[in-house]
Write a protein that binds this ligand. Structure first.
Ligand SMILES: O=C(O)c1ccccc1NCC(=O)[C@H](O)[C@H](O)COP(=O)(O)O
Length: 226
């Protein structure tokens, strides 16, 4: 009998997938792809220093090679605005980074990630079970005044050993700590923004390269890649 929940290990591929979030220009998008990113995050949240508009997003998507996943990120945005953006930008996947319900997330008929912000006393495993249609849950750091892109880690000990959906780990990752994070939690994917920037919204090519090298080194040390 197959258990209803499973350990959030690398269930589908034997290498950790890498999403670089908060891409604001075609140049940064290409640099991230050249460094080896699997997915790019486009932040459609105006207050963020990484927030972009439709035309910027279209320019980014036009510049990137095939097979790189484009993830559109929203924070408690209205369905009408999300629909309008999905009509205009070739998005592969949606990341819901607010307090959206599963029904809200599923109405768009697209693959989606649900971000859950981790703080003590919260039942992350139960929260995850509320999103059975999510491709993955993204665990990020909680801060009272910032919905994401905090640049801070959370206590990885608070991540449940068993999750109903694959885990994408986020929050304050950089080339110095991502290896330890992968060894500690064996996530299906990692997500980084501030740790590969030279300034908010501007990616740094050497930092992206070092980050991806550190992920691959951890994959090898894990024995995950045969
Ligand atoms: O990046 C932002 O500015 C942002 C703003 C509002 C909601 C989400 C946001 N980013 C979401 C991400 O997926 C980030 O990669 C994730 O929060 C990790 O960020 P960081 O701690 O800077 O690596």
């Amino acid at each position: 009998m197959i258990a209803a929940s499973f350990v959030s290990r690398k269930v589908t591929v034997s290498r950790t997938l890498i999403k670089i979030c908060g891409i604001t220009s075609a140049d940064d998008a290409l640099a991230a792809c050249n460094a080896g990113a699997d997915a790019l995050g486009l932040v459609f949240y105006e207050p963020s220093p990484r927030g972009i508009r439709v035309q910027q997003a279209r320019d980014i998507v036009a510049a990137i090679p095939p097979f790189v996943t484009v993830v559109a990120l929203f924070v408690d945005e209205s369905a009408a605005v999300i629909d309008r953006i999905l009509e205009q930008v070739a998005v592969d996947c949606i990341q819901f980074h607010g307090s959206e319900s599963a029904a809200f997330c599923e109405q768009f008929g697209r693959p989606y990630l649900k971000a859950l912000r981790v703080r003590p006393g919260q039942d992350i495993a139960a929260a995850c079970q509320r999103y059975p249609g999510a491709r993955a849950v993204l665990l990020d750091s909680w801060q009272p005044d910032l919905p994401g892109g905090t640049g801070t880690t959370f206590d990885w000990g608070l991540a449940p050993a068993r999750l109903a959906r694959p885990l994408v780990l986020a929050g304050g990752l950089n080339d110095s700590n991502v290896g330890a994070a992968i060894r500690a939690l064996a996530p299906a994917g990692v997500d980084v923004s501030g740790g590969v920037e030279r300034a908010p919204g501007q990616k740094d090519i050497p930092k992206m390269s070092r980050f991806i090298a550190a992920v691959r080194a951890a994959d090898l040390s894990d024995g995950a890649v045969q």
